[in-house]
Design a binder for this molecule. Structure first.
Ligand code: MP5
Length: 216
């Protein structure tokens, strides 16, 4: 053990370590089309319904993560849970306005993401909190890249780039850093694997409305 020279891993360092993967997770033709307005409304609706189903799965995952979180992480996770429930209501209002049904079947990618979140419940807490931070941060950065968005989509872009969302992501990063500081080498490897899985799933999810059903 050469503890004095060992650096404490941080969540932020993963962004540089896997910069290429991170870029794929946060930039996508779907987002470019939201910005330019060239995105077909039906494609946006398809994506929106699947994202709603994803958020429902995320709420279930986060509820279970909260149950095993260390005391200092409980506040940010509990607040996030309340936010997810409000997010579901927000989706439901938009869906009603657009005449969209939300009882769709899960796309294969939505199911893959759900399975991944389920598997994380058996992984060390550190891997799970880093994955949660990564998926929220990827979402924030992706939407920032699409700002301000074409008129048809500007309201959505604004919703996912508000300062309160950025503060939530920063809070998750502090919780992730605290977990990483205490992670063993084996846990660190699981953290990196989970981070990479999130980048792969996020990248694929942006293509969910593409003809042929996207995929990665
Ligand atoms: C989020 C999302 C962030 N809604 N969809 C995907 C595919 N990844 C991440 O979730 P939220 O709604 O900001 O908690």
């Amino acid at each position: 053990m050469n503890a004095p020279t060992q650096h404490v891993p941080t969540a932020g360092a993963l962004l540089e370590q896997f910069a290429g993967e991170w870029r794929s997770a946060t930039r996508h033709p779907f987002l470019d089309a939201v910005r330019s307005g060239s995105l077909a409304p039906e494609a946006f609706s398809t994506w929106l319904v699947q994202d709603y189903l994803f958020v429902a799965d995320l709420l279930a995952f986060q509820a279970r993560l909260l149950a095993r979180a260390p005391r200092p992480a409980q506040a940010v996770l509990a607040a996030g849970l309340v936010g997810l429930e409000a997010e579901l209501s927000w989706f439901e209002q938009h869906a009603a306005r657009r005449g969209l049904g939300l009882e769709a079947d899960r796309h294969t990618l939505t199911q893959d993401y759900r399975d991944f979140l389920r598997d994380l419940e058996l992984a060390p807490y550190g891997a799970a909190i880093v994955a949660l931070w990564a998926l929220e941060r990827a979402y924030l950065e992706a939407w920032r890249g699409a700002a301000p968005g074409a008129p048809a989509y500007a309201e959505f872009v604004e919703h996912w780039t508000v300062p309160a969302f950025a503060e939530y992501v920063a809070g998750l990063e502090r919780a992730a850093d605290a977990a990483l500081g205490a992670a063993s080498a084996d846990e660190q490897a699981q953290v990196e694997a989970a981070f990479k899985d999130v980048t792969r799933l996020e990248a694929a999810f942006w293509g969910i409305a593409q003809p042929g059903g996207a995929g990665a």
